[in-house]
Design a protein around this ligand. Sequence first.
Ligand code: ADE
Length: 428
Amino acid sequence: MRFHIVTLFPEFFREALSCGLMGKAVESGLVEFSFINPRDFAVDRHRTVDDRPYGGGPGMVMMLGPLRDALSGIERPGPMVLLTPGGEPLSQAMAARLAEGPDVTLICGRYEGIDARLAELFPLVPVSVGDFVLNGGEAAALCLVEAVARLVPGFMGKDESAHEESFSSGLLEYPQYTRPEVFEGLAVPDMLLSGNHARIAAWRREKGLEATLARRPELLPEAGLSARDVEFLRGKKGPGLGRNLYVALVHGPVLDRHGKIGTVSLTNLDVHDIARVSRSYGLGGYFVVTPLDDQRALAEKLTGHWTRGPGRAANPDRAEALALVRIRRGLDEAVEDIAGERGMRPFVVVTSARTEGAGEFTGFARLREQLATRPVLLVLGTGSGLAPEVMCRADGFLPPIRPFDAYNHLSVRSAAAILVDRLLADVY
Ligand code: ADE
């Protein structure tokens, strides 16, 4: 496998590529490195490789000429990877594809980046090693080199170690232990001393599943779980962030189709379905908000049938869901309820299919951060959406569910389910 590394700092790599297994792989000729320095292709006497950005702004941009000449001189470049924080995230699957070789070219940017036209001259593949900014692509290229080289057959002592570890199975790695058997009172798990290889393999799988659920649950859907794995994980998640989330469905004041402010009637389906979502995701509560006395009385009758009346015995699961419903006159009452029971005012976030009138959007990641530390009240409107007087009292706005589509007419109960799942997304 040949790595062609285009860098202004070839010395950055020398030590790192001469240690351990990588050093051995270089010595045996299994992997080869060549370094191409764009500065060697500069044409002025200062050997200039960068210049000021068009349009102004800080920093310098790597010029096209030296980079073009550096790349053109590589006889068999293979895929041309540009290391940049804006690239596709480096993954084990990408490393495995690149390890099929025989060549790969890595272009390390410096300064504020490279002239964008380089991508029109060469088929560049932008790759990032994480959501952070390094001084240049060199440290990122080192990560990529190591991830790829160790997959080249013959690189590792035992070929199986490449397959058993984190990410190859799609899961985080199970814990490893070595001698002594007891260290400062800490014993190696008995199972690993049992000599029963099938049971040890099953134990390790379970430990990998647990670690992934705890630290990287988003990997689980892609990890090819078996029904037995799913069974093993069921109930292991703990209460999670759901308890901090409350939903309010506001029937008034809301807008009608012509933009007039009014109150909309209750819908049985919304009461039931959002209650079922709330119970399924372990929410703190579901407020049905309407200023109309007769509508609140209707809601009480309806929920009472399932929570206290004949419905309770007929369908206890439904009773459990509808027990989360609290019927309130206005949003203030809901906020006070939550503040009373949690000792903290909730962060009130409103949603709308429309964008006009909304301030800066609160992304889902930011809202999840809020959820980790305090209650959050997610407010949904019936009719054609919440009235401006409700919108303007919010602490945050979620973007519409399909912000870039012209057609945006989900039912409010579908929207509730989608939003709750985006916030608390489960794993499988
Ligand atoms: N260059 C600077 N930051 C980088 C990153 N995060 N990934 C890849 N290349 C980079």
